[in-house]
Design a protein around this ligand. Structure first.
Ligand code: ARG
Length: 460
């Protein structure tokens, strides 16, 4: 095809193989809305600074609206020989409005065009993700409130460590996702800078009003350096890093939900509508949703990795390598979005089996630390108390009994500092309510944390 937009200097047509190899329209057509928005802003600006006539700018604006309508109706014919979304739209625009369409690309290159489109697209994605995170965080807050007093085992090394409250555990998850939220907000601020006006790499001879375009498109600033603006995809990498972190967090929660919902734990049960059965084993109810979230985490880590490696060898300025930024970026956006959607819907409906949680917390000598702290209260140095309680645990384990089941006489064999009030210090409830440090697991602290969270939400 010798009629390509750039084919003036060429003496033979692009090989079919190369055309198929180098096209991006099959995956970048999803940028059409952003592409049309920036072309509209560019045309209006060109008219303002006198590079285009108002009539041409009006024709471009109306023509682009028609193109968008055709795309959204499914009537637009995407052509591989036109390479990418940008040239497809421009070619159709020119079909509709004639010569004015050919003037649109004045003072612009696909290099600053595509950089602008992806920034807009990523920004839109972040703006859709933030409310999903908020819904999820609210769901966790609700669960925390309902389970502020519910005792469960806290684990280290997945061994029973100390009792905690279920509400406290939910607030831990919430902290993670709120940090992820702030990472997206930070990434949004850094990416919200307009590359358009950088042209191919060096800027352009036309008196462009870049600040006007930035304002039209909601960018907070214009880029400072044209070489940098067309070539770096660090904002996409940053987004993928934030997305990967979100999924790593969701994957950790998934791991817990999967373990907790096994009959051996039975701490929670996931709503039937979020589970699937087995085609052979009639009794099965499988936690497929958390498993898939855990599995999809690998993809997004891969997307991040792909972009990092894509970038690392590139000299300034634009290189066609950058066309490869889109599929990983889009995959990361799609994957983190669907995972947050299912979690936002599922989490508030997790059913907590309080009895099973409590029964598990009562095992594994979970209040051994409380016994040591009790002895410290009676004057023993902590290291000595630790040693005494270690011996008590050894004795109890040998006799297959729990700490609370040992009589005062038995306990006193290990230390005469142990007195009749000991048993009230080593109950599960005493244990959690004693952990009153700011940010600790005591139900009062959990309720205080929830109140702080609600105040912060009201101020947002
Ligand atoms: N489809 C290209 C991309 O995604 C658009 C920019 C092409 N620029 C060029 N000089 N070939 O990066």
């Amino acid at each position: 095809n010798k009629n390509r937009m750039w084919s003036g200097r060429f003496s033979e047509s692009t090989s079919e193989l190369v055309a198929a190899f180098s096209e991006s329209v099959s995956f970048d057509q999803r940028l059409y809305r952003q592409d049309i928005a920036q072309s509209t802003a560019h045309a209006r600006m060109l008219a303002r600074v006198g590079v285009l006539s108002t009539a041409d700018a009006d024709a471009i604006t109306a023509g682009l609206e028609q193109v968008r309508d055709e795309i959204e109706r499914g009537a637009f014919v995407w052509k591989t020989e036109l390479e990418d979304v940008h040239m497809n739209i421009e070619a159709r625009l020119t079909e509709i409005i004639g010569d004015a369409g050919k003037r649109l690309h004045t003072g612009r290159s696909r290099n600053d065009q595509v950089a602008t489109d992806i920034r807009l697209y990523t920004r839109d994605a972040i703006d859709r993700l933030l409310p999903l995170i908020d819904t999820l965080a609210d769901g966790l807050l609700g669960l925390a409130e309902a389970e502020a007093d519910s005792v469960m085992p806290g684990f280290t090394h997945l061994q029973i460590a100390q009792p905690v409250t279920f509400g406290h555990h939910m607030l831990a998850w919430r902290e993670q996702i709120l940090r992820d939220r702030s990472r997206l907000v930070d990434a949004r601020a850094r990416l919200n800078v307009l590359p358009l006006g950088s042209a191919a790499l060096a800027g352009t001879v036309y008196p462009l009003d870049r600040h006007y375009v930035a304002e039209q498109l909601g960018f907070a600033a214009v880029s400072e350096n044209s070489l940098d603006a067309v070539s770096d995809r660090d904002f996409a990498i940053e987004f993928c890093a934030a997305a990967a972190m979100i999924l790593v967090h969701l994957s950790r929660w998934s791991e817990e939900l999967i373990i907790w919902s096994t009959p051996m734990f039975g701490f929670v049960s996931l709503p039937d509508r979020f589970c699937t059965g087995s085609s052979i084993m009639p009794q099965k109810k499988n936690p497929d949703v958390p498993e898939l979230v855990r599995g999809k985490t690998g993809r997004v880590i891969g997307d991040l990795n792909a972009l990092l490696v894509l970038m690392k060898g590139q000299p300034l300025a634009y290189n066609r390598d950058n066309q490869e930024d889109k599929e990983p970026l889009f995959d990361a956006i799609d994957t983190v979005t669907i995972c947050l959607r299912v979690y936002a819907e599922m989490v508030p409906h997790i059913v907590v089996r309080r009895d099973a949680c409590r029964a598990a917390a009562a095992k594994g000598f979970s209040t051994a630390t409380d016994l040591a702290d009790y002895l410290v209260g009676k004057g023993l140095p902590f290291r000595d108390a630790h040693h005494v309680v270690g011996a008590v645990v050894g004795y109890a384990a040998q006799h297959q009994r729990d700490l609370a089941e040992l009589s005062l006489d038995e306990l006193r064999r290990f230390s005469s500092a142990i007195e009749a009030d000991v048993h009230q210090h080593i109950t599960l409830e005493a244990s959690v309510s004693a952990r009153k440090t700011y940010g600790g697991t005591a139900p009062d602290q959990v309720r205080a944390a929830i109140a702080r969270a609600r105040r912060a939400l009201a101020q947002r």
